[in-house]
Design a protein around this ligand. Structure first.
Ligand SMILES: Nc1ncnc2c1ncn2[C@@H]1O[C@H](COP(=O)(O)OP(=O)(O)O)[C@@H](O)[C@H]1O
Ligand SMILES: [Mg+2]
Length: 447
């Protein structure tokens, strides 16, 4: 196995640190050959707060993935939370000489001019993402090379990271024995791993719901066009439960995952839990009441997302055609339904797609960012590598794909017995209707 066929994604989150190792085939498709997730240490809201502990956890995660793959890794693409990033969209212009076709150097010049904006010296540019081009006022051009015109314009989304937190991250990764191939904005990675072919022609809001933060990326026709970060996440839901029920955080986390729901209507109406508080007293709470504690925090997160998009891009239901939820906190039952209600948009859970190999160990929404890091390394200008959709079509034909999320509306039945798991993964095995339509759709909509 040659080293240059190995790509590694290292997602350093507030809750967990995940390493995913991929092997790239000559046709550009990627097989997952290793994964290692460990609880995060030394991190708070996406920042390193303890270098030693963060380094230790990164090393553990990398070693776990190495053990699965049997490969030693030397470098990785590393995620950066949106709370350390600033993004602006800048306009660039290049004049084309009369009677000459637009060539790559002209495109580079337009992008370079867009990049020439004064940036805070404390910022390091992470991504220069060209959006669509305009040739002699004709908009919506993806690839202007070879066209005729005298005026080439481009909007470039520039994402820059704050130098201090990046240095800390780099230092931890290096101390853990790896080189940093590049830093990738968390929301960009999550979108690259989850957006479907049809969504490459739309405007879609990707929301990565982590423990300490919620990252937002707005993708217009497959390009990251806006990003933001909200300093609230799933941990805050857990903290609310811990405080109100007077139980330790670990127990609150357990209760949330097993019995919690974002919408009280989706909670098991017959289930009552007996809670023993930290001081030893007991009290009963229904699953319905539990969800009434959970809902306001998620509603707060969603209303902050709405405010952010409304202020920068316009009313979200007019700007976007859909929303994709990723990250561990998106797994809370009823989160998709609450988002549909709040945004009045089609909402689905985003699971990594377009990969082969050990897909079953990275198929949850909490793996979107780590898989996206691999795909970033294979694409250009922060776009989904085309092999993803070729591979996806093959995936669809042989083993059945991960399904769209189950239809909402009907409450998921929760067992009254606390031992019974509440996950609804059983749908995963079925083909679902319209498989061939989806395959056709993939080709129709791509490019
Ligand atoms: N099954 C689940 N149901 C509800 N919440 C979950 C579930 N699994 C994970 N979470 C929540 O997801 C959050 C962690 O998100 P994740 O994307 O895994 O990590 P990170 O914060 O490192 O980005 C935690 O707040 C955790 O409570
Ligand atoms: Mg995360």
């Amino acid at each position: 196995m040659k080293d240059n066929t190995i790509v590694v994604g290292l997602d350093i989150g507030t809750t967990k640190i995940t390493t995913v190792i991929g092997e790239v085939a000559p046709n550009g498709s990627v097989d997952i050959i290793g994964e290692g997730s460990v609880p995060s240490e030394g991190m708070k809201r996406g920042s390193v707060v303890n270098l030693e502990r963060a380094t230790h956890a990164i090393r553990q995660s990398v070693q776990a993935a190495e053990r699965v793959s049997g490969v030693r890794v030397e470098s990785a693409y590393v995620s950066v939370g949106g709370n350390h990033a600033k993004a602006i969209t800048s306009h660039g212009l290049a004049a084309i000489r009369r009677n000459q076709e637009i060539a790559q150097p002209d495109v580079d010049r337009a992008i370079e001019n867009a990049r020439a904006v004064p940036l805070d010296p404390n910022l390091e540019i992470l991504h220069t993402l060209p959006q669509e081009y305009v040739v002699d006022r004709q908009e919506g051009i993806k690839s202007p090379v070879g066209m005729h015109g005298v005026r080439l314009e481009v909007d470039v989304h520039i994402v820059a990271g704050t130098a201090g937190p990046l240095l800390n991250l780099r230092r931890c990764v290096q101390e853990a024995g790896l080189r940093v191939d590049g830093f990738v904005l968390h929301a960009l990675a999550s979108g690259l791993a989850t957006l479907e072919a049809a969504e490459q022609t739309q405007t879609v809001v990707v929301v990565d719901m982590g423990g300490g933060t919620t990252d937002i990326g707005v993708f217009k026709r497959g390009n990251l066009a806006h990003s933001a970060c909200i300093p609230i996440g799933g941990e805050h839901v857990t903290a609310d439960l811990a405080q109100i029920l007077k139980i330790p955080m670990e127990e609150a986390e357990n209760v949330k995952r097993r019995y919690g729901a974002a919408l009280p209507e989706l909670a098991d109406q017959d289930l009552t839990l007996e809670i023993t508080t930290a001081s030893g007293s007991t009290h009963a709470i229904s699953a319905f009441e539990l969800s009434r504690i959970i809902k306001p925090r998620l509603a707060e997160i969603f209303s902050m997302i709405r405010d952010e998009i409304d202020h920068t891009l316009g009313p979200v239901e007019l700007v976007a055609q859909g929303m994709v939820l990723t990250g561990g906190a998106a797994m809370l039952r009823g989160t998709v339904e609450l988002a549909r209600d709040r945004f009045r948009l089609p909402v689905r859970i985003g699971r990594p797609r377009g990969i082969g190999g050990l897909t079953d160990i990275v198929n949850g929404p909490q793996h979107a960012a780590s898989v996206g890091l691999l795909l970033y390394s294979l694409g250009e200008d922060g776009r989904v590598p085309p092999a993803v959709f070729r591979e996806r079509a093959e995936d669809l034909m042989v083993p059945p794909p991960a399904p769209e999320d189950p239809a909402p509306a009907k409450p998921a039945p929760v067992a009254a017995s606390s031992a019974k798991p509440t996950s609804q993964k059983s749908a995963q095995k079925s083909d679902g209707p319209g498989l061939m339509d989806r395959i056709r759709g993939l080709f129709k909509d791509w490019m």
